[in-house]
Design a binder for this molecule. Structure first.
Ligand code: UDP
Length: 461
């Protein structure tokens, strides 16, 4: 391979979603800070969002070259239809990425791309690196357990646990390793019970991506060994390097791959609240609520009597703006802050934040866990149900918010779990233990620290 004796040039390609761009950007920041040339390719649509959310200072500070390729959809198409987006990427990404790499290599004869880090979600492009004289590396932005499930699909089909469309057969549970919680029906990564055609497409993409991951020389994962040791042990070339946090790295740029401008005013609002008092509510970048569900949540937060900081994205109610129950904003004005996008890590690190009502996306899970904040779990789709099982059953750092017979999380359920969490100090105590464990893993001689050093030495060889 051409890479020997030359300065490494690492190119990263994330899946086109906030929870994928963000952690890979954190990883690339750490790579760039070690003097390695770093380039980052988003789709044009995502690239525009990332650049628009960056401050001038971020642009000056960043050592990562940001680039873009088309996603294959016409400009007017709706990118929130992610099945359509995934299908388009499966058709067009390999060609567009190859063209871009050829162009970069042509313009940088002495710094050709030596390593390509590919998000496992779009793992089917892992055959490009070798064709272009570079080394393929996979990046798993979610749990090692999710990786294990993806890589076990062929075996699960062979053993008759799944049919060829990803539907569970007779068994009610799928298990991949002893201390990884099992997956229940409708809680698989690709489960979309309301859209079986969509589920089939998603399953095919995950299966194809999983098969390609075997080509990678390393699988880097945003987890820590101590948290998921048996899942990490399933793969020989697996490096747990998490938690990837901006706070691990003083030189990372403030917006670090955010799609929206962060409303930092909520930090001074938090400054005025007592320690361990605020409920932070966020559903990440994709999850949607019905208007009825939003009303229940609003009324629960009101009934709780506690201060709360709530991230309400402009499309949260099935793609539209939220409407609040009559008089709600006025009644809670004294103790509520509502923002469209928060500096989440800084919020979770704030001493006044007491608990995190979360959709349990993996990044949010790692961030809350690493900062010692107990969870109230409200999963929405994909890996989030499994993350909830980790949080509530294995790590015991949170409580479930259960649905009623109408599929809603009622205000009574939410208030009663808030009260339960408040009255049970063991959950907070567990959260603090895991915080310590997570922080140890990324400090000198910790497991993730050592794995990252192994990877950096490999890049510098
Ligand atoms: N996030 C943020 N501000 C917000 C809400 C979320 O910066 O107001 C970040 C959060 O810190 C995390 C990412 O967005 O890094 C969301 O990723 P996650 O995997 O939790 O959920 P997804 O958006 O993929 O469902």
């Amino acid at each position: 391979m051409e890479v020997k004796g030359k300065r490494a040039h690492v190119l990263a390609v994330p899946g086109p979603a906030q929870g994928h761009v963000r952690p890979l950007m954190k990883l690339m920041t750490e790579i760039a800070n070690r003097g390695i040339k770093a380039s980052f390719v988003n789709t044009e649509y995502i690239h525009a969002k990332v650049v628009a959310a960056m401050s001038e200072e971020d642009k000056r500070q960043s050592h990562i070259e940001l680039m873009s390729i088309p996603d294959g959809l016409p400009p007017e198409d709706d990118r929130s239809d992610w099945l359509k987006l995934l299908e388009s990427l499966a058709r067009t990404m390999s060609r567009n990425l190859t063209d871009l790499i050829e162009k970069i290599n042509c313009e940088n004869k002495h710094e050709k791309i030596s390593h390509i880090i590919v998000d496992t979600t779009i793992g089917w492009i892992l055959d490009i690196p070798k064709k272009m004289g570079a080394e393929p590396v996979a990046f798993q932005p979610s749990a090692a357990a999710s990786m294990a499930l993806k890589l076990h699909i062929p075996k699960l089909i062979e053993e008759g646990n799944l049919d060829i469309n990803g539907f569970m057969m007779e068994k009610e549970l799928i298990k991949v390793s002893h201390d990884v919680p099992p997956w229940r029906r409708n809680e698989l990564l690709w489960s979309i019970p309301s859209d079986l055609k969509g589920q089939k497409i998603l399953f095919e993409c995950i299966l194809a991506a999983g098969k390609s991951v075997h080509q990678a020389t390393w699988i880097l994962c945003n987890t820590l060994y101590e948290l998921e040791s048996s899942a990490c042990n399933l793969f020989p070339n697996f490096l747990s390097i998490g938690p990837l946090l901006r706070s691990n790295n003083s030189k990372s740029c403030a917006s670090g791959g955010s799609f929206w401008v962060e409303d930092t005013a909520c930090l001074s609002w938090l400054d005025e609240k007592p320690d361990d008092s605020v409920i932070y509510v966020s559903f990440g970048s994709i999850a949607l609520l019905s208007q009825d569900q939003l009303n229940e949540l609003a009324l629960a937060l009101e009934l709780s009597g506690r201060p709360f900081l709530w991230v309400v994205r402009s499309n949260i109610v099935n793609g539209s703006q939220a409407e609040y129950p009559d008089g709600f904003r006025e009644r809670v004005a004294e103790r509520a802050k509502i923002v469209e996008w928060a500096p989440q890590e800084k919020v979770l690190a704030h001493s006044s934040v007491w608990c995190f009502l979360s959709h349990c996306g993996w990044n949010s899970t790692m961030e809350g866990l690493s900062l010692g904040v107990p969870f109230l779990c409200w999963p929405y789709f994909a890996d989030q149900f499994h993350n909830e099982n980790y949080i509530c059953d294995m790590w015991r750092i949170g409580l479930r918010l259960n649905r009623d017979e109408n599929g809603l999380r009622s205000r009574h359920e939410i208030v009663s779990k808030i009260d339960m969490l408040f009255c049970d100090p063991s959950v907070k105590a567990n959260a603090l233990k895991l915080k310590e464990m997570a922080q140890r893993s990324v400090t000198e001689s910790g497991s993730s620290f050592r794995n990252f050093e192994t990877f950096i030495s490999h890049l510098k060889k």
